[in-house]
Design a protein. Structure first.
Length: 245
């Protein structure tokens, strides 16, 4: 969804990044800062168990500004939208204090039905008001739990629907769509070097349980939930492939 031939024209345009405070969205933010003239961020508070991720955003933003002066100039407003209705209609392990298990439908109960559809719709509405046409999200169907709203087909369909419904051409960018977690760590390294990798390790949040007590090689988290396991696996593969210092 991101033809290289159009990259140059985007250097004068603005973008809105879905920025949760997690590893993926932090990497997407760096990706956007390399490509767009102005980059704003948007996070959602929907009653998630791991709402601590939202508090991580400030340190990540401050770190990116310190890491790259050119990124600091490009970073625009940081927005947060509260969507309590999503909590009210959801009965999942991300919105309730229940064990994470696999459902009969083959999806883990961490799946929040409609979440990404709602997120991208609100993002487009905000982008419309802010005169932004590029929206970046960390959706991925390579290393993921089978969430149907993370699929490339879903994002393409939603891009068409949003553009038609608001009579404004939106481009939904998903730079991680075909990357596994090891490749996502590698992308962060390519974008911001060891400084960005260390920033993401120390200050991003992935753990579904919202735990930040234990420090692992890959960052903070319970170390056992699916999100921690995936992040740890990716870090191990990435670290093993790095040239020795």
């Amino acid at each position: 969804m991101d033809p290289k031939s159009s990259d140059e024209s985007k250097h004068t345009e603005a973008a809105l990044v879905l920025f949760s405070g997690g590893q993926d969205s932090a990497t997407c933010l760096a990706w956007a800062l390399e490509r767009f003239a102005r980059v704003e961020t948007l996070g959602f508070d929907y009653g998630q168990r791991h709402a601590i991720e939202l508090k991580c955003r400030a340190d990540l933003l401050a770190g990116m500004k310190s890491l790259r002066p050119d990124w600091a100039v490009k970073l625009g407003e940081s927005h947060t939208l509260e969507i309590p209705t999503l909590l009210e209609i959801s009965d999942t392990a991300l919105t309730r204090d229940v064990a994470i298990v696999m459902g009969a439908d083959g999806l883990p109960n961490t799946f929040v039905p409609g979440r990404n559809l709602v997120f991208l719709t609100f993002a487009a509405a905000l982008a419309y008001r802010r005169d932004i046409s590029h929206i970046i999200g960390g959706m991925c169907e390579t290393d993921y739990s089978g969430y149907p709203d993370c699929r490339d087909e879903t994002i393409k369909a939603l891009q068409a629907a949003l553009s038609l419904g608001m009579d404004r051409r939106f481009e939904l960018h998903t730079p991680l769509m075909w990357l596994d977690k090891a490749s996502t760590w590698k992308l962060a390294d390519q974008l911001g070097g060891a400084g960005l990798v260390d920033l993401i390790r120390e200050h991003s949040h992935t753990c579904y349980l919202g735990e930040r007590g234990a420090r692992h090689d890959w960052g903070y988290g319970c170390g056992e939930c699916p999100a921690c396991a995936l992040r740890a696996k990716g870090w191990g593969e990435y670290a093993a492939g790095r040239a020795p210092v």
